[in-house]
Design a protein around this ligand. Structure first.
Ligand code: ADP
Ligand code: MG
Length: 476
């Protein structure tokens, strides 16, 4: 067992005196815990162990490949940001895997070492609280067809959802709904489930998240009862799995899902899936699964339009059962300002109504502006990567296409790096997203760009001024 594995088993990253890297790591760890909360931290991040730090690269380890992948997928950007704040510059964080057996030996879990990522998966399950909840997730009473507002951006998805709720649709099998966060995927999926339950209760429906599918699968593996697991999934008429992006990169779970998928399709059972991207754009999906997901209909839920947002606000207000009157100009104001996500839009309306009820005062444009100032400020500051690329190209007298091209000449590459740096500094986009926006580059290229710009800004006053000017222009 290595020294680091030993530390890990002890459960704390005990720090050698005078080790500056370990010090930096302790600060990152502490901030991480405050930011994600104790429960999440304990569940996913407590096992992170410091390995080394050499000023440009921080190496940390996790007990299993599964935990490593999880932490990397979900926390890479957060950790990058924290490390950057604490160390004052961009640091590459590398996640390694320690010998998983050392942790497993501590847990009372029997496992078969045969399946390649399963023992690692099981290590996680062992530390998660068990609950004996039924397979199907509970449905939210508000997510029904009659309070789903239809507009151009979602009409195809809506029409397809209605169809599969009515009965088996071979042409729409599978139905794959995809779109950004908060655009109504879960709402539509659950509306289908509600409708089937009410109109054709003899059709057996199973609705659950891909995350839950994975845990059920792991649990079945652990208790060596995959037969029951398989039966549960193969005995349904309609299988709905929400947020399929979750199983990307999880090979064993994908394999199991693939088999279930095939069995159900062969038996003419309806499958409905959702994800944040189309099958073609999902990364970490096995090719054969990717191609099958495209067999039926892929319906894109587009970002909302002003009209749709206004319609949604009106419907939500009608459903609220409140005496509070929200003037049309306030509704228009909200629909104009809060554009990215329906959940936020709803949240804003809820806040206004709740406060008006509480203090017994009317909602007005002024009170709305005042009460939502924090949210609106965040929106006002929202800079897009497109804005950044345009500004930077203009500033350096380049073509917009130079921002995404493969050209490496310094006159082009340097401004492109500046743009990547600004994208990380001024937007909430993740490193992989930024890479993709810059001509499909890898996230490590983005990290390199950020480091380079930070370094140059300390050495090269002209470049530092360029960056400051651009930052100012983009911020207001
Ligand atoms: P997603 O699953 O795509 O992230 P949700 O389905 O959870 O998004 O939707 C987020 C919130 O926005 C929910 O409260 C949902 O009711 C609401 N919402 C989204 N689109 C619509 C719509 N077209 N009509 C009514 N409500 C909507
Ligand atoms: Mg959802």
């Amino acid at each position: 067992m290595t020294k680091h594995a030993l530390r890990m088993v002890a459960g704390t990253a005990d720090v050698e005196a005078g080790d500056k890297g370990a010090d930096v790591w302790q600060q990152i760890r502490a901030r991480l815990e405050t930011e994600v909360g104790a429960t999440t931290f304990k569940r996913w991040l407590a096992a992170l162990t410091y390995v080394s730090f050499d000023d440009r690269e921080l190496i940390v380890s996790l007990p299993s490949k599964f935990q490593r992948d999880w932490v990397e997928t979900h926390y890479r950007d957060k950790m990058f940001d924290l490390a950057r704040q604490i160390a004052g510059r961009a640091i590459i964080i590398t996640y390694t895997v320690e010998n998983a057996l050392t942790v497993l030996a501590d847990t009372p879990v029997a496992f078969s070492a045969a399946a390649n990522d399963a023992p690692a998966d099981m290590a996680i399950t062992a530390i998660m609280p068990e609950n004996a909840a039924s397979l199907s997730a509970p449905l939210d009473g508000r997510f029904r067809f009659d309070n789903f507002v239809v507009g151009k951006p979602n009409e195809l998805a809506y029409a397809a959802a209605l169809r599969v709720a009515e009965g088996f649709q071979p042409n729409l099998n599978p139905l794959f709904l995809y779109g950004g966060v908060g655009l109504g995927k879960t709402h539509l999926m659950q509306a289908i489930a509600w409708q089937i339950r009410e109109k054709t209760p003899e059709r057996k429906v199973l609705y659950l998240s891909a995350e839950k599918f994975m845990y059920q699968f792991i649990r079945a593996l652990r208790s060596r009862d995959t037969v029951t697991f398989k039966e549960q999934f193969r005995n349904v008429d309609v299988l709905m799995i929400d947020d399929v992006q979750f199983i990307c990169g999880k090979d064993n779970t994908q394999e199991e899902f693939f088999q279930t998928f095939n069995v159900l399709i062969e038996q003419n059972k309806q499958i409905i899936l959702s994800a944040d991207k189309s099958p073609t754009d999902l990364e970490g999906l096995q090719d054969r699964l990717r191609s099958r997901l495209g067999w039926g209909l892929c319906a894109d839920i587009h970002p909302t339009t002003y009209e749709l947002r206004l319609g949604i606000l009106q419907t939500k207000l009608d459903n609220m059962n409140t005496k509070v009157n929200v003037p049309t100009e306030v509704m228009q104001f909200l629909a104009q300002k809060i554009t990215a996500n329906v959940r936020e839009l709803e949240g804003a309306l809820n806040r206004l109504v709740a406060q008006a009820e509480l203090v017994g005062r009317e909602v007005s444009l002024e009170s709305a502006q005042e009460q939502l100032s924090d949210l609106l400020r965040a929106y006002g500051r929202r800079v897009t990567i497109d804005d950044i690329q345009r500004r930077v190209a203009e500033h350096f007298n380049l073509k917009l296409t130079d921002m995404v091209s493969a050209r490496r000449a310094r006159a082009v590459a340097r401004p492109r790096q500046v743009a990547m740096y600004l994208a990380k500094t001024l937007t909430t986009r993740s490193l992989p997203e930024i890479g993709r926006k810059f001509g499909g580059r890898d996230h490590t290229t983005v990290i390199h760009a950020i480091r380079t710009v930070e370094k140059l800004c300390r050495e090269d006053q002209i470049l530092a001024d360029d960056v400051t000017v651009l930052e100012k222009a983009l911020r207001n």
